[in-house]
Design a protein around this ligand. Structure first.
Ligand SMILES: Nc1nc2c(c(=O)[nH]1)N[C@H]1C(S)=C(S)[C@@H](COP(=O)(O)OP(=O)(O)OC[C@H]3O[C@@H](n4cnc5c(=O)[nH]c(N)nc54)[C@H](O)[C@@H]3O)O[C@H]1N2
Ligand SMILES: Nc1nc2c(c(=O)[nH]1)N[C@H]1C(S)=C(S)[C@@H](COP(=O)(O)OP(=O)(O)OC[C@H]3O[C@@H](n4cnc5c(=O)[nH]c(N)nc54)[C@H](O)[C@@H]3O)O[C@H]1N2
Ligand SMILES: [Mo]
Length: 745
């Protein structure tokens, strides 16, 4: 373990070095270059890392980032976790291992099963798998006893088939990782603007005058965004960052594709860096809006009067409500200085083409929907939606999480979507809403005997309240994990547990008609193909669509859908998507020549497609929470060496933390206040809803973070996040605002 100084610049030669180091540790050199050569190139492999869009012109030097290379190394690792591996390690033994160890045992190669009373997983043939799952699902008292989770790496084709199967089976129980991620963005944007997706395209960044980045760490989680930010700056844009932590990637970017960047010379990014207190973004944005409105009394051009008049609803009520709030109170809640606020107001006053970006720092709070709605208010004041260089930019996480939703992976599908399924496929889909992630965990926990199926992902480590979620999985009659890699969810099976290994992004998919491509949708609503180039490492690996089709045909039969013909040629799946999902008409035609399909987006064109046909100003209250003298507000965040629950390595290079993940980033004044000895471990604990939770053995790292705020890593501290602590309206677990106390014995 080593704690050093946080970095003040991201990417550069060190990133290239670390990326290649991880790649060569996992894979042979020629294989590495074969995959990287097509990564994010047209017709090649879409990076299984984040959902950041590809630029129109792809760099021949390489269109990927350090963490994209790590994602590839993770998936395409030469090593296999095969039947011999499972014969050697019991699940009890594997539970004692770290997430890092679990992930580094290699790719899953063979279907495995474990039954109650057994200590080890053992191999099982696919036919038995499909028959057993089919007959179990058919025997359930009601289809709502099945729960079908999805993680955002699943392709459009797999997602479409999966939701179709589940709805023919008879339930909307389709929780997904989005419930823990950008659900709050979807709810806020649908209500205010009419579509639950962002409005900007990549090109808008190059024309923008001001870019606001709230609660996002792109240097680690969306590194290719830094190239877009640099280009925006080169074109004259200003950047304001709102984040409790000084994230290296937002300070300065060493573009490895330029000579200076490769030499480690960084281009500064943030013009103003506001280290707001955790969950005080509403206060900050309201303070800015109030000041803009005040200034507009002398200079009406500061706000876009025509836009407000013509395109929005609720302005007067909004302005009146802001007038009731005391500016001093707002500013003091943010923890920022008045002159920082004035500087922000100056930047916003003088510019009209504004993009607001955000990620988990806004979406994982009890008032997350309010956070986003308040940002929409600010953009509306400036008329900054629906014109070039301006708009909303929720930066998505998983590489196809947005596409999965478009394909119908949702526990609350719209009536319109279900009506189309009904008329296309001639069946009556279930109309009752299903359970989301929190609802699913509660249901599995409280009512034993459910069947839980997981299309990718790692629910146990991703969800809050780890011990509660563990019990929920163990209470199931059957657990089914379609996965590429071993993870902790596999180690807590139901009465019978399956691990079903599948082909990944980098693999070749071979079906009767030949090699198949898949499609994905990026964070900005562009759909394109992806195709791997690695031969399947084992004869047992099947694609996700293939596995779904087989389970579907054994469960719901082939009358409504001929599942077998669909997987002979995935064009057939896309033909069904074309008939069922708006914007995908002539889908196969449109993909020809590696073309990109741009999905319809009303707000992008200044058309607000909500129920009132106008953009809505909303009234959002300040978050109400009280911190006692000995309370701390904890956010659980990602290190530089992880992808969600997949741990690439033990370092968080940009934050200067090496070889350890069980840390608490803490302000120096708070360390003195609590009289903590840096040489000794601490325990974090809380009590919520009558349950005591604690995580022991954490190491204090003195850090530049606002007082009373602390940061820990996810998933290590998920045990402290109460399942019932969730965002209003979106039900997203509030894993960025968890009240805790600290002790040292
Ligand atoms: N390499 C890599 N890439 C990834 C992922 C990964 O794990 N690794 N995960 C993918 C996924 S699924 C997602 S959703 C995204 C996540 O991308 P991010 O949202 O960037 O991920 P987090 O680490 O959760 O970072 C949250 C950021 O918000 C800040 N923050 C926390 N609370 C607040 C607050 O109250 N207000 C403000 N203003 N800021 C706050 C934190 O300091 C931190 O910088 O990345 C995707 N890409
Ligand atoms: N405390 C806290 N909790 C959080 C968050 C947080 O910030 N703080 N973030 C939340 C967010 S934003 C998200 S998105 C969720 C993530 O939740 P999930 O999406 O459930 O978790 P991942 O870690 O992305 O899933 C990793 C697993 O997916 C499988 N996998 C990888 N690639 C493929 C593939 O191509 N096909 C299939 N079938 N399987 C594959 C591998 O087996 C791997 O172990 O976690 C959430 N949990
Ligand atoms: Mo996410």
């Amino acid at each position: 373990m080593k704690i050093g100084k946080p970095a003040s610049s991201a990417a550069g030669p060190k990133a290239v070095y670390h990326a290649m180091e991880k790649a060569f540790q996992a894979m042979k050199v020629n294989k590495t270059f074969k995959i990287l050569g097509t990564l994010n190139q047209k017709g090649g492999v879409d990076c299984p890392g984040c959902a950041w869009p590809d630029p129109a012109h792809r760099s021949k030097l390489g269109e990927y980032c350090e963490n994209g290379v790590k994602a590839i190394a993770e998936e395409a690792i030469d090593k296999n976790a095969d039947a011999a591996f499972f014969a050697k390690h019991s699940i009890l033994e594997m539970r004692k291992q770290s997430d890092y160890w679990l992930g580094h045992q290699g790719r899953l190669t063979q279907p495995m099963v474990i039954r109650k009373g057994e200590t080890h997983y053992s191999p099982v043939d696919w036919n038995t798998v499909f028959e057993t799952i089919g007959s179990k699902l058919k025997s359930l008292p009601t289809p709502d006893d099945g729960i079908f989770y999805t993680s955002g790496r699943t392709s459009n084709e797999a997602a479409f088939l999966y939701q179709l199967f589940v709805r023919i089976f008879g339930t909307n129980n389709m929780p997904d990782c989005s419930n823990m991620c950008h659900e709050s963005s979807g709810v806020a944007l649908s209500h205010t603007l009419g579509i639950g997706k962002g409005s900007v395209k990549l090109e808008d960044f190059y024309q923008s005058e001001l870019i606001l980045i709230f609660g996002q760490n792109p240097g680690t989680n969306h590194p290719r965004m830094l190239s877009a930010l640099k280009k925006a700056k080169d074109n004259g844009a200003k950047i304001v960052v709102i984040n409790p932590l000084k994230e290296a990637g937002l300070l300065s970017f060493e573009d490895p594709q330029t000579v200076s960047g490769f030499l480690g010379i960084g281009a500064p990014l943030a013009d103003l860096y506001l280290q707001v207190r955790i969950n005080e973004d509403v206060a900050l944005v309201q303070a800015i809006a109030k000041k803009l409105l005040e200034r507009s009394k002398n200079d009406p051009s500061i706000i876009d009067q025509d836009f407000i008049q013509g395109k929005t609803d609720g302005f007067e009520v909004y302005r009146n409500s802001l007038e009731q709030i005391d500016t001093g109170t707002l500013i003091s809640r943010t923890g920022l200085e008045s002159d920082q606020i004035e500087e922000f107001v100056d930047l916003v006053s003088k510019r009209n083409k504004i993009i607001a970006c955000w990620a988990m720092g806004l979406t994982q709070h009890v008032n997350a929907v309010d956070n986003i709605q308040e940002i929409v208010n600010l953009l509306l004041l400036k008329g900054s939606i629906g014109k070039p260089g301006a708009g909303t930019c929720p930066v998505r996480g998983h590489s196809n999480v947005q596409g999965d939703r478009t394909m119908g992976i949702w526990e609350r599908p719209s009536k319109e979507f279900l009506d189309t399924l009904a008329s296309t496929f001639k069946f009556e889909p279930p109309r009752k809403h299903g359970v989301d992630v929190v609802g699913a965990i509660e249901l599995m926990h409280d009512k034993p005997g459910k069947v839980f199926m997981s299309m990718g992902g790692n629910l146990l480590s991703a969800a809050p309240d780890t011990s509660f979620t563990t019990k929920a999985l163990e209470n199931c009659a059957m657990t089914i994990h379609v996965s590429t890699k071993l993870n902790r969810s596999h180690l807590h099976p139901g009465e019978i547990g399956f691990i079903l290994p599948c082909l990944g992004r980098t693999d070749i998919i071979q079906e009767k008609s030949g090699i198949q491509k898949l499609t994905v949708e990026n964070s900005m609503g562009m759909v394109h193909s992806t195709q791997g180039n690695q031969p399947a490492r084992s004869e047992y690996l099947l694609s996700e669509p293939h596995i779904i089709s087989q389970i579907a045909s054994r469960t719901v039969g082939n009358e409504i859908v001929d599942w077998h013909s669909l997987i002979d040629n995935y064009d057939n799946i896309r033909d069904l998507i074309a008939k069922s999902v708006k914007g995908f008409e002539s889908f196969n035609e449109k993909l020809k020549g590696n073309s990109i399909l741009e999905l319809p987006n009303g707000p992008r064109e200044g058309k607000f497609t909500n129920d009132i046909g106008k953009a809505r100003f909303t009234i959002n209250s300040l978050p109400d929470y009280q911190l006692e003298e000995d309370d701390l507000m904890m956010m659980t965040i990602r290190s530089h060496d992880q992808f969600n629950t997949t741990i690439y390595g033990m370092d968080d290079r940009y934050r200067g933390i090496y070889g350890i993940r069980t840390v608490v980033l803490m302000n120096k004044n708070d360390i003195s206040f609590f009289n903590l000895d840096l040489e000794k471990p601490v325990t974090l604990y809380n009590e919520y809803g009558g349950k005591n939770r604690k995580v022991e053995g954490l190491t204090i790292v003195p850090y530049d973070i606002p007082s009373k705020c602390i940061a820990t890593y996810f998933p290590e501290c998920n045990e402290l996040v109460p399942l019932q602590l969730k965002a209003r309206k979106s039900n997203t677990p509030a894993s960025k605002s968890v009240k805790v106390k600290i002790i040292q014995s």
